[in-house]
Design a protein around this ligand. Structure first.
Ligand code: NIG
Ligand code: FE
Length: 393
């Protein structure tokens, strides 16, 4: 049983609930990690001796980022679509089928290697917990294959067979929904924790999305939903009604959507990398926060609408473009992400929590937005182990 001490922390963001400051910042602090968990937090100098010491040298330490929404199991490149969008083309989601074709043609070894590459990117940028999903297979065996590969790297796996209707079902979408709710779900459920659908015009309507989520819940999966990305729609309210842990995107929200979120316990997950990469208006984050809704920030890392794995970049976008304070944005990217995954063991640096923390090469968390695009992650501890150190890998 190895113990690890991180001391001389100038600013320690704990996210400990209950106080007036949501970040519950401590100064000149130390953290002791034993057996993958936070064992002790106190002043530098008061900590017990440990096997390994990380001297934070007055830097800031934050909880590891919790990226509650990614699509990392895929093959192929869609940079041409991005270039076309920057020249004026709209994003419609139609390119999803291009990734489906490339993914289905790729062997497991290629998909696993791509996933490992992206996982390293996430780690180097301070993400210690992430969700990822299927959705680029759209067949019984291919969706199960993507989830099996995803399960190898995270317990937070989501079945998204209802991503779009594949070409072979385009004239009979309800037959595809029946396939998703039947044989595809049966094949995928053993590898998934969550069930999701893309509830959007051009993808799945409210009845179809309801059918998929209800079928998933019936076999023990927990619901979450892609909603209100490309336009107004019923997705957010449907998610709240079905008790979804989170509704994700929330780009186009009516007052009724915000009231529904404020009245339920569904988290609104905002994905500002999408608005950046599709040149769309940003979600009304301030209205959500002012209404008391729990907000999460995530990357939505995927080859189409948002090919960034960087939570620091999303924090900077949330501050600059959605008017969150740097403290609010950091909370949403850590504790907010944990709430979106219904996890109480991550997203905080508190006794008993999973020892997931990031030493920033900066004196304060504010630098995450103040110094956009700068690699500020100095050291990453994930599950009690040093997963990354600047200059060492
Ligand atoms: O979350 N909205 C649906 N799915 C993804 C985009 C997938 C793609 O374009 O490949 C999203 O943005
Ligand atoms: Fe997504």
């Amino acid at each position: 049983m190895t113990s690890l001490l991180v001391d001389r922390i100038g600013e320690l963001v704990t996210n400990e609930p209950g106080g007036r400051d949501p970040l519950a910042i401590r100064r000149d602090a130390a953290v002791v990690v034993v057996d993958g968990q936070i064992a002790w937090i106190g002043p530098t100098g008061g900590a017990p001796a440990c096997d390994v010491r990380v001297d934070a040298s007055n830097r800031a330490v934050i909880p590891g980022f919790v990226d509650s929404h990614t699509h990392l199991v895929f093959a192929g490149d869609r940079s041409g679509e991005f270039a076309a969008r920057m020249a004026g083309e709209p994003y419609t989601g139609g390119g999803i089928r291009r990734t489906v074709a490339a993914t289905n043609a790729a062997p497991d070894t290629e998909l696993s290697a791509n996933l490992a590459y992206l996982q390293r990117e996430l780690t180097r940028q301070g993400t210690t917990t992430f969700e990822t999903k299927s959705g680029y297979g759209l067949g019984v065996d291919t969706e199960a294959r993507l989830l099996r590969i995803a399960r190898g790297v995270t317990p937070e796996t989501t079945f998204l067979g209802a991503h779009v209707v594949p070409d072979e079902y385009k004239d009979r979408p309800d037959d595809y929904v029946a396939l998703v709710c039947g044989p595809m779900l049966d094949a995928c459920a053993p590898h998934a924790r969550w069930v999701d659908a893309f509830c959007e015009r051009g993808a799945f309507d409210a009845d179809q999305s309801r059918a998929v989520l209800t079928a998933g819940v019936a076999v023990g999966l927990a619901p979450r939903l892609h909603a209100n990305q490309l336009g107004d729609g019923p997705g957010v309210r449907l998610g709240v009604e079905l008790g979804a842990a989170a509704v994700d995107h929330c780009t186009h929200l009516s007052d009724a959507d915000i009231d529904a979120l404020a009245g339920g316990d569904t988290v609104a997950t905002l994905l500002p990398g999408v608005e950046f990469s599709t040149r769309s208006p940003y979600p009304p984050a301030r209205r959500l926060l002012d209404a008391g809704v729990t907000v999460a920030l995530a990357t939505d890392c995927n080859p189409g609408s948002s090919f960034t794995s960087s939570m620091p970049f999303c924090v900077a976008l949330a501050v600059r473009e959605m008017h969150l304070t740097p403290a609010e944005a950091l909370w949403c990217a850590t504790a907010g992400g944990a709430a979106a995954l219904r996890r109480t063991d991550v997203g905080t640096i508190t006794a008993g929590a999973s020892a997931d923390l990031v030493v920033l090469d900066a004196p304060s968390h504010v630098h995450l937005a103040y110094r956009p695009g700068v690699p500020l992650v100095h050291t990453v501890v994930a599950n009690g182990e040093i997963a990354y150190q600047q200059g060492n890998s």
